[in-house]
Design a binder for this molecule. Structure first.
Ligand code: UD1
Ligand code: CA
Length: 447
């Protein structure tokens, strides 16, 4: 495939129905903004140039798509007008220009590549991705020649006559243009219609009037979902999760209850990983081979080594690096900390800004006190160290290799390798005191 491909992503709408302070296309599906889904799909198609059309005053959107060039559509005068906002960047392009909506994150690279191939096949001026919804209301209808199947026109819902309204072959919004004739075609589009807008869809009739042919390619409705509301955002999330779960299982992970596992687009799972029910993966998680992640665990921006055992009820926060064969058990939170190979943090602990050396054993209830109200401080725990239950390690602090910390200690200074340190109040024994106390009370109060 040597064809030239450029992509224009329309992202100018604020999406008022989302009732949000941020542009619609910044809302996330599977942990990634919708606009970035579309951009990444374009990247998978090896697009040489990708341009984003944005609305006024959308600095966070411009940052999210950086370093891709953005073009502002100041007045919202229709989809053709939106594409022409990038006119200067479209000039001189060859091959194909694909127009995508940033609020439609589910189109696959395979589908789009099928559309581009169909456009090239007959050197059509325009190729349109169509679908057949149960209810075509609101969509542009694709009028085709019953003889040769050529696409004759796209008629917007508001412009349809009775016969056209009955057509259920609809415009998904995705269109592919012959780059060389694109600007000329779009500039010839007028706005004398029900909405007074420059309809991109009129490109079909304009191109045909100039002696070109156009074509429509069909895609499953599921891919065409456009998000206009929070409710549709949830539908897009569900469809994306289904894909991600299927892909995870196809790559050799066991999901005991797939429907209760939430993955991010970039979740990487090794071979023979077992995921129990109700596990959530935020962005940036890499899991090695033969790992079990038990129920109700939450992971984000972390790395889990081969044969590690996580959960149930574990929380791995950004910067957690769990070594091979290590164990992170129930109600344990790890943040920005390395837990080296074979180390164990089995119960009820917080380990943050720390290194836990290989095979160290962290007793139940151990806390790294990493924050003094101003700064985050580091805790260093040597290989093979044993931290007794309910210890507080007040950072910055270093526990030497093989050292033992007595349970209930509050460690505030360096512990030598192989030493035993107990830092807690001295024991006080008063034999018989309790019995005497009870007798005294009985004499005084009569009970
Ligand atoms: C559009 C298509 C219709 C298709 C439908 C699929 C046109 C004229 N109609 O209709 O054939 O069936 O999508 O969902 O293209 N946008 C801008 N600037 C504008 C106008 C729109 O950036 O001035 C963006 C919107 O933010 C949106 C996309 O273009 O992402 C589509 O615009 P919208 O107004 O929703 O078009 P529809 O009427 O749904
Ligand atoms: Ca729409």
């Amino acid at each position: 495939m040597s064809r030239e491909l450029s992509v224009v992503v329309l992202a100018a709408g604020m999406g008022t129905r989302m009732k949000s302070e941020i542009p619609k296309v910044m809302h996330k599906v599977a942990g990634k903004p919708m606009v970035n889904h579309v951009i990444d799909t374009a990247a998978n198609l090896n697009a040489t140039k990708t341009m984003i059309v944005v609305g006024p005053d959308m600095p966070n959107l411009i940052e999210a798509v950086s370093p891709l060039p953005t073009f502002e559509q100041t007045d919202r005068l229709g989809t053709a007008h939106a594409v022409l906002a990038a006119k200067e960047a479209l000039r001189g392009l060859t091959g194909n220009v694909l127009v995508l909506y940033a609020d439609s994150p589910l189109f696959t690279a395979e589908t789009l590549s099928r559309l581009v191939a169909a456009r090239e096949d007959g050197d059509h001026a325009v190729a349109v991705l169509g679908f057949r919804p149960e209810n075509p209301t609101g969509y542009g209808r694709l009028v085709t020649d019953p003889g040769n199947g050529e696409l004759l026109a796209i008629v917007e819902d508001k412009e349809c006559d009775e016969t056209q309204r009955a057509i259920n072959f609809c415009n998904s919004g995705v269109m592919c243009f012959r780059a060389e004739s694109m600007i000329e075609t779009l500039e010839a589009i007028g706005n004398t219609n029900a909405k007074g807008e420059y309809y991109l869809t009129d490109a079909v009739e304009v191109a045909r009037a100039n002696g070109n042919s156009c074509v429509a390619v069909e895609v499953a409705e599921e891919e065409t979902l456009g998000v206009n509301s929070r409710s549709q955002l949830a539908v897009a999330e569900a469809l994306m999760q289904e894909r991600l779960r299927e892909a995870a299982m196809a790559n050799g992970a066991t999901l005991i209850d797939p429907g209760s596992v939430y993955l991010a687009c970039d979740t990487k799972l090794g071979r023979d990983v077992i995921i129990e029910p109700n596990v959530v993966f935020g962005p940036g998680v890499t899991v090695g081979d033969d790992v079990t992640i038990k129920a109700f665990s939450h992971l984000e921006s972390c790395v889990v080594g081969d044969k590690a055992d996580i959960g149930p009820y574990a929380r791995l926060r950004p910067g957690a690096e769990i070594g091979a064969g290590a164990r992170v058990g129930n109600f344990v939170e790890i943040k920005k900390a390395v837990v080296e190979d074979g180390a164990k943090v089995n119960h009820l602990s917080y380990i943050g800004d720390a290194r836990v050396g290989a095979k160290a054993n962290i007793g139940a209830g151990t806390i790294t006190c990493n924050y003094d109200g101003y700064r985050k401080q580091h805790t260093e725990i040597g290989a093979g160290a044993f931290i007794g239950s309910n210890s507080a390690l007040v950072a910055p602090v270093t526990i030497g290799e093989g050292a033992i910390i007595g349970a209930g200690s509050t460690i505030t200074g360096t512990v030598e390798a192989d030493a035993l340190v107990i830092e807690r109040a001295q024991r006080l024994d008063k034999p018989g005191w309790a019995k005497l106390f009870r007798e005294k009370m009985k004499a005084l109060l009569g009970k």
